[in-house]
Design a protein around this ligand. Sequence first.
Ligand code: SF4
Length: 342
Amino acid sequence: MKKILEVNNLSVSFKSHNGEVQAVRDVSFDLHEQETLAIVGESGSGKSVTVQSIMRLIAMPPGEIKSGSVLLNGEDLVKKTEKEMEQIRGNEMGMIFQDPMTSLNPTMKIGRQITEGLIKHQNLSKKVAHEKGVELLRLVGIPNPETRINQYPHEFSGGMRQRAMIAIALSCNPKILIADEPTTALDVTIQAQILNLLKDLQVQTNTAIILITHDLGVVANAAHRVAVMYGGKVVEKGTVDEIFYQPKHPYTWGLLGSMPKLNDDTEELQSIPGTPPDLKDPPKGCPFAARCPYAMKVCDQHMPAYTESSSTQKTACWLLDERAPKVKPPESIFAGGGQING
Ligand code: SF4
């Protein structure tokens, strides 16, 4: 598949009242047509800032892209003017958020919110845009779309509002759909429906998806590749199979260990002890060192380079250095959790 997005060495900082937060540090990944890339990490790992930077939604104070490039079909979005970005956001990239109520306008009918972009970016007449709006609501599985298009967001359930958000994001046939924690606010059944919907829509529309989530469990059936972020950095990336069955980074082990296991009926989930680093003064070495049970002296002093375990898997950890002690991932992280059903 053709590469459509290439993020190279992206670094993004925020000004806060007590210093500059280095939220994204030297992040690189790519995205291919019809592919879903999941970016996974705890809150504060830099995953949302990364995708907002791709959309250039933070590209003015207090957020600033310090260095790096974001190539969309070879063109660097970092160098685009705000006017050019408006066009790109309308035509090439769509975004859906965790809480549709914060992005849907409560005072405007769903239909108008879908058709506005169609009229503005695709020059459709009101009538044709309305017809396309009905078609889009049908595509995302909203029953009676002819009636629903004339309703307000508060008349929709949480799951339907998320479906409406997806319809709006897809209205201009974007090449890339960015979904930032799209199912976190929903109950488990609706979560599964929305993830299945995204998968089905990807097949129908050929859109590439970047899925942001703090929950590795969500990506098992929804993504093709995974980038694991911690402390503003991508610490490991690989295919879904590599991340679930051959994870190499202790933080990925921790995330896998904190997923509910199918054969474990205890209520308590293991969490990773400790807290993420303060990115106002990021660690010199590995960002996970303070929480890592395998940390060595070198980990505090020097950031590990990426080691390639395959053409698709890269891991930044000193344990992969040939001089390091041989450490295996804990058996418990594979005990029945994270089953991949294709
Ligand atoms: Fe742990 Fe060191 Fe690897 Fe970081 S580099 S994850 S501290 S072993």
